[in-house]
Design a protein around this ligand. Structure first.
Ligand SMILES: NC(=O)c1ccc[n+]([C@@H]2O[C@H](COP(=O)([O-])OP(=O)(O)OC[C@H]3O[C@@H](n4cnc5c(N)ncnc54)[C@H](O)[C@@H]3O)[C@@H](O)[C@H]2O)c1
Length: 316
């Protein structure tokens, strides 16, 4: 039986796909980026390309989505929904489009699960559902919305959970947080990401207008993917949400300094005052540790930075 990953060519989805394949699972990816697979730079997915079924599907095109899923009817045991326009300074520039991709896209995937009778569904959610409440947020911390992206994540969790309860399938919400690492080139990211991780790719002299006064639990993508798979495969967690992050909040200026130390040089990165985005940190990952046996391999960010540098060096 196969796991269907919507957004399986994205940063998180691609690592989930790779790790599932390493476990011997069958993986189907539906992603709008499919025609550009060869130019995405996902070397770890290229290595297993012959084991992936890949289709170009737009999650806003409900009919094609259903038609494509019907091609694999009776083979799909689980759906992971990982399509999103992620949080960032430009999300608010195209609100209708971005909110639609996140929420209507999820609704369409839930419809696929309902109509095809797919028994398991994991929705990739976010710690954004806690807004700017102070760190140590557990899964019982009430939802607080501080931006449009967060609104889509809260809406999606409520909708997904209720779909599962109404139509009798197992829905779980993985609350991820600030993912970095192999698969994501700093050059295509926002200025804060570039100021922190850009020097690992040779970037210099980036000025982030904000983020200097904030600490967040930046999480290595392989830990994120491992947590999602652990949630997918755990017994008896229907309807539950779980925080998945490294569990340690790092000051952004501290990350800049750690990168400089790793490289042995100052790349002239500057962070302006104030928060990058209204969030508290770190997420409490006690539930993931206890219920999923989740143990982030890169809880010490120095290890994660070294691994990221090695990937950037290798892939040029
Ligand atoms: N990256 C983070 O820091 C972070 C943090 C918290 C939660 N999350 C959540 O994790 C999930 C995955 O995030 P990511 O970082 O991998 O995002 P990403 O931007 O790297 O990947 C998104 C994927 O969706 C695809 N896509 C976009 N629009 C599409 C459409 N209309 N139809 C089909 N495919 C489409 C893209 O081609 C891309 O491959 C999202 O739900 C995101 O909200 C991410």
């Amino acid at each position: 039986m196969a796991v269907l990953i919507y957004g399986g060519l994205g940063h998180v989805g691609s690592w989930v796909a790779r790790k599932l394949i390493d476990q011997g699972e069958e993986v189907i990816i539906f992603d709008m980026g499919a025609p550009r697979f060869d130019s995405l730079g996902l070397d770890y997915l290229e290595q297993v390309r012959d084991k992936i079924t890949l289709e170009a599907v737009d999650v806003l095109d409900a009919h094609t989505m259903l038609e494509m899923a019907l091609k694999y009817k009776n083979r799909i045991d689980a759906i992971i929904f990982g399509v999103a326009v992620i949080a960032g300074p430009t999300f608010k520039d195209r609100p209708f489009k971005n909110v639609s991709i996140n929420t209507v896209g999820l609704l369409n995937a839930l419809e696929v699960a309902r109509i095809l009778g797919v028994p398991n569904f994991v929705n990739l959610s976010s710690g954004a559902v806690y807004g700017d409440q102070p760190g140590g947020q557990t899964e019982d911390t009430p939802f607080t919305v501080t931006d449009l992206y967060g609104a889509t994540k809260v809406a999606n969790e409520v909708l997904a959970t209720q779909y599962g309860a109404t139509y009798g399938f197992d829905v779980r919400n993985a609350r991820l947080y600030f993912v970095y690492g192999p698969g994501k080139r700093p050059e295509v990211m926002h200025p804060l990401y570039q100021a922190m991780f850009g020097p690992l790719a040779g970037m210099e002299g980036i000025h982030s207008p904000n983020g200097g006064d904030q600490q967040l639990d930046w999480t290595h993508v392989e830990d994120t993917a491992a947590g999602i798979i652990a949630l997918l495969q755990a017994e008896g967690m229907a309807g539950e949400a779980v925080n998945i992050s490294c569990g340690v909040a790092y000051q952004h200026r501290d990350i800049v300094e750690r990168v400089a130390k790793l490289l042995g040089k100052d790349s002239g990165m500057e962070l302006g005052p104030g928060p990058f985005t209204p969030r508290g940190a770190p997420l409490d990952i006690g539930k993931a540790r206890e219920r999923l046996g989740f143990a982030p391999r890169y809880a010490d960010i120095n290890d994660g930075l070294a691994d990221y540098k090695a990937w950037l060096d290798k892939t040029g």
